[in-house]
Design a protein around this ligand. Sequence first.
Ligand code: G6P
Ligand code: MN
Length: 445
Amino acid sequence: MKLTILGGGGFRVPLVYGALLTDRGEGRVTEVVLHDLDDSRLYAVARVLAEQAATVPDAPTVTATTDLDEALRGADFIFSAIRVGGLEGRADDERVALAQGVLGQETVGAGGIAYGLRTVPVAVDIARRVARLAPDAWVINFTNPAGLVTEAMSRHLGDRVIGICDSPVGLGRRIATVLGADPREAFIDYVGLNHLGWVRGLRVAGRDELPRLLADPDLLGSFEEGKLFGTDWLQSLGAIPNEYLHYYYFNRETVRAYSEVEKTRGAFLRDQQAQFYDEMKRPDTAALTAWDRTRAEREATYMAENRETAGAGERDADDLSGGYEKVALALMRAIARDERTTLILNVRNQGALSVLDTDAVIEVPCLVDANGAHPVAVAPLPDHATGLVCAVKGVEREVLAAAENGSRTTAVKAFALHPLVDSVNVARRLVEGYTEVHPGLAYLK
Ligand code: G6P
Ligand code: MN
């Protein structure tokens, strides 16, 4: 089984490789091909992987290339985790948005739109090449904004592209744990778009345990989302939102907090990662140790500003271990070995959420087997959530249209229609600001 990783020089690749190393079964991945545009990043990551594999018998082989077509040919699975414009681009996304008093987060609001506008054309090119060179491969998309990018790719690959995110899994695990349930036994009734979904129920042996949580302020205040959103607000909603909804429900506070920080998340990661890749150029660096230290610091500071505005304190130790690689591995196993399982994934709606059309990519529990991911039908969302989901899907569609027709006017429309962009004039200035700093947006005329 051959797995190709696009963005193979990316910082989180060792997480995926680490998960592969735990898989000893028949039909596991035996060959990993890393693709990246940057040789020195490939070299750095390959060094970490070599140290990870050192003590493991029959570890998957690792090769690296900067030739995309060569990387794609013969692949059974293709992970796409690219970052168009790099972390410098992410920092620019934040800076330009904050200068207009709106949010620059890489997946939510203006920043997500800017990132989407420069990523979609690249993702579409990859999808077209996959359709030609590896038509039977399954594409697992991690590239943010994951829902939008998956939808762009699905127009060329149909249901062979599946988007993943670890935030719904982490959320489900936290809720199950506070309820004293085994996360593996629980069905999480979650639906929405990527980074815009709600847990409405958690069923163990057919019984919904969520009402018990919502009725108990102590339990509710004891985990990440309870601390972030506050118990009163969760009780009012009657659901547990994905952590990224903090940017919606507390927009004013998060924008203020992000404007006041010395370094935005993107700027922090840009500098932190540059230092890591520099260290990796020195032959005497202990690669795995340096990577692990950098990873721990990255995870400890995740969403730090949000937690600070909410007075939520430090992250729980259990939440630091990620989970994204586990979702990826579980998905590959289910497909490659027909190991039937349920996972929350980003797939085409196909009627699961009736308010959106069948081709809209949504985030929803799916039954996964050798035939791919099949969304389960879910109950409709309440009006306030439906409103947000439809508005943001409408924005995503404008981003896809702008990427296709290259029109600045369409790009302005995408920004202007976003619920977190409060004026058409702001949208115009955002398009000006972003096209000035991003070469990847030169196609907008
Ligand atoms: C979560 C999100 C991902 C995001 C990751 C890292 O897992 O679901 O979409 O890529 O965090 O965030 P960071 O700010 O460290 O890049
Ligand atoms: Mn995510």
